[in-house]
Write a protein that binds this ligand. Sequence first.
Ligand code: USQ
Length: 419
Amino acid sequence: MRILVLGGDGYLGWPTSMHFACHGHEVLVVDNYLRRTIAQQTRSEALIANPNLHARAELFEALTHCHIEVRIGDCADFRFLEEVVSEFVPDAIIHYAEQPSAPYSMIGFPEAKLTLNNNLNATFNVVWAVLTHAPDCHIVKLGTMGEYGTPNIDIEEGWIEIEHNGRADKFLYPRQAGSLYHTTKVLDTDLLWFYVRTHGLRVTDLMQGPVYGISTEEADLDERLMPNFHYDDIFGTVVNRFLVQAAAGIPLTVYGRGGQIRGYLNLKDTLQCLSIAVENPPRHGEMRILNQFTEQFSVNQLAERVQRVGNGMGLRVQVRAIANPRKEKEEHYYNPVHSGLLQLGLQPHYMTDQVVAGMLSEVIRYRDQIDAGKILPRVSWNQSDGAASATARHAPLAHAQNAAETQQLDLPASVSALQ
Ligand code: USQ
């Protein structure tokens, strides 16, 4: 198949591109390095420095004889995206091209505006590029379990049947996200569902939980092919952060009471899920929604596991509850269905002690590169606590208050133009 990966430089985008290229597909990746730019500006660089996409693709080809085509450009720029889609005419688009950090989206106005503009414009442009130039193309959209929030009822797989005053109908399951980033994903869902209903698009929406891991079959070939492994408070997800903290002898940062439950999955399973989605396209006019995680844990359970395994390896891992910078339920009911991908053949890699030990050993190899200054949360969901959030910005931007000042963010031209 001809597979277009949007956001191909990311933690998931790059391993996904290698995976499909190694499985006989023709892969074109697109990225504008927005995440790299933001990571530099917020001092959130990854643990292991990654070469740029052209260099990574060249190295990957030398090692595997599999080719990945690279285009640098901005999916929020419709002219650029329609050119790519009309030339490549993909069978499937994997759409990761979004600002993916919840904390970044909560720093303040410029960051929220960037997240909203970038994410919605990219999705809207994908829809129109497909309608105009590749109407048979299957759009595989990375959604998030965070769209559902943590309701006090079971979470269904995308849809819910509702009976009301003696009548019944099926609707999108209610969504109530906990950050502006997660809210842009809710808005994406609505946009896609509208165009599926009215224009017959074929869409798979993968509602993914937090991903962990550093290893994939292809990334293991050379450290320069590794995913961008972030451990800071802005781009690092909780398991990856705990692994780095354990390796560096920093107490594990449990936010609040630690009863927050989420559905997690290994990076290797993200790749499996993407393959399953691409190989099983929905019909025209169908929006298939799959909850993409393999097991659920509370933050406390994760901390206990990393502590136990780390101590077994001779580390002295401490756990410390710190004030929660987010607004989220710290004790709650959580029971999401996740049978769709299993029925389609997903074979999970569970988070066993052995898997945690393997990840810890890998991180320990890079212990000298860990910057302890990147660990504590700098972004508060509580706007009155703005001073803390401002420290997450590049110094000259700390007092940006209006759209004109946000131009200083030094972003790709089309993103800045949309502010
Ligand atoms: N947490 C801690 N300590 C930390 C970091 C996080 O207790 O040091 C807690 C958070 O408060 C939260 C949970 O761990 O309750 C998960 O946080 P996270 O940072 O791993 O994940 P999140 O911000 O929700 O976002 C990540 C990805 C995002 C994706 C989402 C899936 O960055 O792109 O959409 O996971 S989900 O969480 O299911 O919405």
